[in-house]
Design a protein around this ligand. Structure first.
Ligand code: PAF
Length: 280
């Protein structure tokens, strides 16, 4: 795997790779790679000849009281994992100037109304930061394909909207959620949880599954949501939201919706926020 730490090195590598025919697939990450990320690399390899991963903890997407400085940075192990997966290129910038140089005009991307809902409501400005960095990474790398995980469903929808406007020839792929044996969706933030908290966290997936089966049994949506929140609280999971939306994240208010739907939730376990969803 070729490791580029500066834009200059990256451009040289990309130039060299552009001579090789075939598609280039990008997997943007913030590092601390787990099996969920590695499944994105595997999906990339099935869909493209060349793969590039990025590891950049993007300061723009962290709020003032969030975990930017303590976000886990595990570069050595991440590099080993990517090498094992036969990723071709890794862009791991030495510092933020390699992504957002001071002499370059920063194009700030606004995430609009949807960016202020669900996770955006509890993390104001978060999705503007995500879209701004992802757009910048797309501009730098110019991939044919980019892959994002379905766990961050709202992020993936917002990136899709942004890419349709600004990068129309780019194909986006959504990779399925990877779960541990007890159902917890893999996330770098799981590292913050104790064993006891991980056990509690598995109730979030149970709650989503139960809600899907209740919806299929035609139990009233408002009742399902009320019961879900009560269940989560009883398991020491403090719900920020628990909602049913359509596949584009428009609200669904009753049981008469026949299209593709998704239950989404965010909960807090002590100071750690976890998100999960089920599409059906
Ligand atoms: O999902 C993430 O890890 C980040 O939000 C992303 C897409 C790499 C942008 O920083």
């Amino acid at each position: 795997m070729i490791i580029a730490r500066t834009r200059k090195d990256l451009n040289k590598t990309l130039q060299r790779f552009s001579q090789k025919p075939g598609k280039l697939a990008l997997i943007p990450t913030m590092g601390n790679l787990h099996d969920g990320h590695l499944s994105l690399i595997r999906l990339a390899k099935l869909n493209a000849v060349k793969t590039i991963a990025t590891i950049f903890v993007n300061p723009l997407q962290f709020g003032k009281n969030e975990d930017y400085s303590k976000y886990p940075r595990t570069e050595k192990v991440d590099i080993q994992k990517l090498t094992k997966e036969k990723c071709d290129i890794l862009f791991i910038p030495t510092d933020k100037n390699e992504v957002f140089p001071e002499n370059e005009n920063l194009k700030k991307i606004e995430s609009g109304k949807l960016g202020d809902e669900l996770c955006g409501k509890i993390r104001p400005g978060h999705f503007n930061g995500v879209l701004t960095v992802v757009n910048k990474i797309f501009e730098i790398i110019k991939p044919d394909i980019a892959i994002f995980g379905a766990k961050d469903y709202q992020q993936q929808i917002l990136i899709k909207q942004m890419a349709e406007n600004l990068h129309p020839s780019l194909s986006l792929l959504k990779a399925p959620i990877i779960r541990s044996k007890n159902g917890v969706a893999l996330s770098s933030r799981n590292n913050y949880l104790s064993e006891k908290e991980i056990k509690l966290a598995s109730n979030l997936f149970k709650c989503l599954e139960n809600s899907v089966s209740s919806y299929k049994k035609n139990i009233r949506l408002c009742e399902i949501i009320e019961n879900a929140k009560k269940f989560l609280i009883s398991k020491n999971l403090d719900p920020d939201y628990f909602e049913l939306r359509d596949s584009k994240l428009n609200s669904i208010k009753d049981n008469n919706f026949n299209g593709k739907k998704i239950f989404l939730s965010s909960v807090k376990i002590n100071n750690t926020r976890l998100i999960d969803n089920i599409e059906f």
